[in-house]
Write a protein that binds this ligand. Structure first.
Ligand code: IPE
Ligand code: MG
Length: 220
């Protein structure tokens, strides 16, 4: 979800105002995805690297996140959405983590759609911690090194393979998002800034995705 800052700067607004409008897009896109029958939507909301932004912006984003979780609680629960989160959640301020944990627990039995927030997330970090846990299993004698295959590694990661990865704002890179899980993902890049990315833009991305020929290394 990229381009909140540029959206605001072009209008002479504060970056935080851009993030507020970005949160509106999150609501719109979550509703649209559910209506379109998408089963899992993962949103890269805050990266491990984003902690390095100015402290005022980081604090603003954390408050926005907490407000989002409180405001969306009812809609998430009544629409059968299960809220999940990936990343180093222990780095989040208590007020965010408590709100997040409460909604994750309250929505844990919902099955219509998973809304997964990547928070304090980095794919290299995710893979590094997965390797640490595997090494620990080996040290305990629960696993032999020659038993480590891609299924073992995948099972230690925080989330599953992605089918489609959308990046807004004209940037064409992954920026430490789902490096392992994107091995066979389709990529869709759009110049639209995240606050301008609405239902029509999502439908266009899905229409492009539907025309792709996915072969997974095999012949057609
Ligand atoms: C993405 O918008 C939102 C977050 C990283 C939280 P940016 O803040 O990266 O917006 P630009 O890239 O400055 O336009
Ligand atoms: Mg950006």
């Amino acid at each position: 979800m990229d381009g909140n800052g540029r959206w605001a700067e072009r209008r002479g607004l504060s970056r935080l105002e851009g993030h507020r409008r970005g949160a509106d897009s999150v609501r719109t896109i979550t509703r649209a995805a559910r209506a379109l029958g998408i089963k899992r939507l993962t949103l890269y909301a805050f990266s491990e690297q984003n902690w390095g932004r100015p402290v005022l912006e980081v604090n603003g984003l954390m408050h926005l996140l907490k407000d989002y979780l409180l405001n969306e609680r009812e809609e998430i629960l009544t629409n059968g959405i299960r809220l999940e989160a990936i990343g180093r959640l222990e780095r989040l301020p208590d007020m965010v983590r408590e709100t997040l944990d409460e909604l994750r627990a309250a929505s844990s039995h919902n099955t219509d759609m998973v809304l997964c927030l990547a928070l304090s997330y980095g794919a290299r970090e995710e893979m590094t911690y997965a390797v640490q846990r595997i090494a620990e299993r080996v040290r305990r004698g629960d696993l032999n090194p020659d038993q480590i295959d891609e299924h073992v590694l995948a099972s230690e990661l925080d989330t599953v393979d992605a089918d489609l990865i959308i990046r807004t704002s004209g940037e064409q890179r992954l920026s430490n998002f789902l490096l392992w899980q994107s091995a066979y993902a389709e990529f869709y890049f759009t110049d639209a800034l995240w606050p301008d990315f609405g239902k029509a833009e999502l439908q266009e991305a899905l229409a492009v995705y539907a025309r792709r020929n996915r072969r997974f290394g095999l012949v057609a």
